[in-house]
Design a protein around this ligand. Structure first.
Ligand code: MLT
Length: 407
């Protein structure tokens, strides 16, 4: 008899963004004449930078000729892309990361979801609340939690991110082994200072713990005093893995390219206390389960680092950040408490309503899709998240509609 992995039965019925997509599609079917503006999932709407599409086209043409055609590439990614990443995203900022510590992949979602495979089933995990659901759900699937009781999984150490701590969690009061952090934060849009991040790095070093640092939104940082990478913090190479993506800065959500950094000194321990390099474990996993990102996509990603690519990527980010300013300005005008939107494309808005009721109200009365904060965890109840990823015109229209609906 074939039996299932019963840990899946502990999960909520569907993945947050699939649930929202279904509700929006039901609404559209019932109201075919209503125009819906999507500020829910953080999905980009603008075309890829021209430098990327040119490199993409050129690489596709290479694939059309026997002489320049390429079959399987290196699983970890082509040298040309890994070198460009190491130099531009790390070495130029004083972070000592080399090309062979970069693993190119098809998404930070997959990497943040898959990395937990490297750790034993009884590690103590600290997860922020609210949180990008992938970190939590993948650990539930792997059996690292108990049942879902009162909005939380038993066995997880939740790191509350609230107005009280400015949405940057404090160190846990009990010892933990694996810590998920994301800054600029999804969903709150909050940021962490160097001093605050150093506290976490020191904690990990003192407790033989590991930090999984999701920096998918670093391109949206405007304040130069904020760290863009955890490796800007002394000692982080030994205790942190970092995830990055081309999805939001260069519009690759549909093209798919990201990378994970696993420094060679980064270690975890076997059951006898022996030191094991995570770099070789992740490399083993990557080679076994992944055949690399396609050559044209990697050439398109490499073009992000060309002179034109940098300018065009910055223009894209600035375009979305105008929306963030617009949303933040409107929320201020409406008298809402909110965080984010200054160094991130997300705005986290507090209200005295239930998150899902607020979601329904905005959809029904304004035709605007948000993400209900409760979908990101218990601490998200009462909040909604608005995303800056849409056209300037649509965001202006959405804000006018929200003002009217709430006025
Ligand atoms: C979000 O809206 O939180 C993100 O777009 C989800 C993702 O990147 O997978």
């Amino acid at each position: 008899m074939i039996t299932i992995n019963e840990h899946y039965l502990k999960l909520q019925a569907s993945y947050l963004f699939s649930d929202i997509a279904r509700r929006v599609s039901d609404f559209q079917q019932a109201n075919p004449d209503r125009e819906v503006i999507r500020l829910g999932i953080g999905d980009v709407t603008r075309a890829l930078p021209r430098a990327c599409t040119e490199a993409f086209h050129k690489a596709v043409d290479e694939m059309a000729q026997d002489l320049t055609f390429r079959g399987y590439g290196p699983e970890q990614g082509y040298e040309f892309l890994r070198e460009a990443i190491a130099e531009s995203d790390f070495q130029s900022r004083g972070a000592d990361i080399t090309a062979d510590e970069i693993f190119v992949s098809d998404g930070a979602k997959c990497d943040t979801g898959n990395i937990q495979e490297l750790f034993s089933s009884d590690v103590k995990i600290a997860i922020p609340d609210p949180v990008y659901p992938v970190y939590l759900d993948t650990n539930v699937m792997a059996g690292r939690t108990g049942a879902f009781v009162d909005g939380r999984y038993q066995g997880i150490v939740y790191l509350d991110s609230t107005r009280g701590n400015n949405y940057v969690p404090e160190l846990p009061s009990q010892e933990v082994d694996l810590i998920y952090l994301c800054f600029p934060n999804n969903p709150t849009g909050s940021t962490i200072t160097r001093e605050q991040l150093k506290v976490w790095v020191d904690y990990a070093r003192d407790n033989k713990a590991l930090i999984l640092f999701d920096a998918a939104y670093e391109a949206f940082i405007r304040d130069d005093s904020l760290p863009r990478s955890i490796y800007e913090i002394e000692g982080a190479r030994k205790v942190a893995v970092e995830f990055r993506s081309f999805s939001k800065n260069a519009g690759f959500t549909g093209t798919r390219c990201a990378y994970t950094v696993v420094p060679k000194e980064c270690i975890a321990y076997d059951s006898k206390g022996g030191r094991q390099a995570l770099h070789s474990l992740w490399n083993r996993r990557h080679c076994t389960k992944f055949n690399g990102v396609s050559y044209p996509v990697q050439r398109a990603a490499e073009a992000v680092y060309s002179e034109e690519g940098r300018t065009q990527t910055m223009e894209l980010v600035n375009y979305y950040m105008r929306n963030a300013e617009l949303i933040a300005g409107s929320m201020k005008e409406l008298g809402f408490q909110f965080v984010g939107g200054e160094n991130s494309p997300y705005i986290w808005i507090a209200s005295d309503r239930d998150s899902w009721k607020f979601f329904d109200m905005l959809l029904n009365d304004a035709g605007v899709v948000c993400t209900p904060g409760a979908g990101f965890g218990k601490c998200g109840q009462g909040y909604i998240r608005l995303s800056a990823f849409n056209s300037n015109e649509n965001v202006e229209k959405a804000m006018a509609r929200i003002r009217l609906a709430l006025g």
